[in-house]
Design a protein around this ligand. Structure first.
Ligand code: PLP
Length: 224
């Protein structure tokens, strides 16, 4: 299928899922994960009306942003090195992979005053995988308490990359755990409105559990 057809079919799946769970239309944002995809494919997605793109690798992202423009919403979803925070703060509207206070502080300090605060999600390590970045669930409250000190950051919610699971019920259970953590945080931080969860293979379960932002790569652009 073409990129245009993929975008239509994913959007239909998102809308059908929202309808099934009685959630409002457009309460999920589709973010196209374009890492390692050539510019031509991004241009096709843009011509179909896609405005949100996510990238994992800074140098690759910067060259795409320079050509395609900052009017699009650029999301950073990769590992963040301390010496890269300035370029991230200057070029992106969202960062989903916040898991260290030091990085958050540097992003806030580097975010230009003329730009609105950088939207951020805190990555939670829901499966407690030593190999993966992210805050442990019991550390989230303290982490958010520190984040509010940084004026040029706008904490929006949580992001998660669970272990790959192929069974729908298992996917759903994990996403529901994240949703519960999110609701606990919302009782103290009422501005939080974003749950960044769901990828090509599990976005339906993520939406049923309450995702508001799905990050889909392969299902839109094909294999990388
Ligand atoms: C690559 C990536 C995705 C997209 O994965 P697909 O399986 O291709 O949809 C989503 N989120 C993050 C953080 C990624 O690195």
């Amino acid at each position: 299928m073409s990129i245009a057809e993929n975008l239509i079919s994913i959007t239909q799946k998102i809308n059908a899922t929202l309808k099934d769970c009685g959630r409002p239309r457009e309460s999920v944002r589709l973010v196209a994960v374009s890492k390692h995809q050539p510019l031509e494919k991004l241009k096709i997605a843009i011509s179909c009306g896609q405005k949100d793109f996510a990238e994992n690798y800074l140098q690759e992202a910067l060259s795409k942003i320079e050509i395609l423009g900052k009017e699009l919403n650029w999301h950073f979803i990769g590992a963040i090195q301390a010496n890269k925070t300035r370029e991230i703060a200057e070029n992106f509207t969202w960062v989903h992979t916040i898991s260290r206070i030091k990085i958050a502080k540097r992003l806030s300090e580097a975010r230009p005053e003329i730009l609105p605060p950088l939207n951020i999600c805190v990555q939670v390590n829901i499966d407690r995988e030593p190999s993966k970045a992210g805050i442990m669930p019991e550390e989230l409250e303290d982490f958010f308490a520190e984040l509010i000190n940084y004026k040029q950051l706008k904490p929006r919610g949580l992001m998660v990359i669970p272990k790959a699971r192929h069974d729908y019920q298992e996917q759903l259970q994990v996403f529901l755990q994240v949703k519960m953590l999110f609701q606990q945080l919302q009782s103290n931080y009422s501005n939080l409105d974003t749950l960044s969860m769901g990828m090509s293979d599990d976005f339906v379960a993520a939406i049923v559990a309450g995702s508001t932002m799905v990050r889909v790569g392969t299902a839109i652009f094909g294999l990388r």
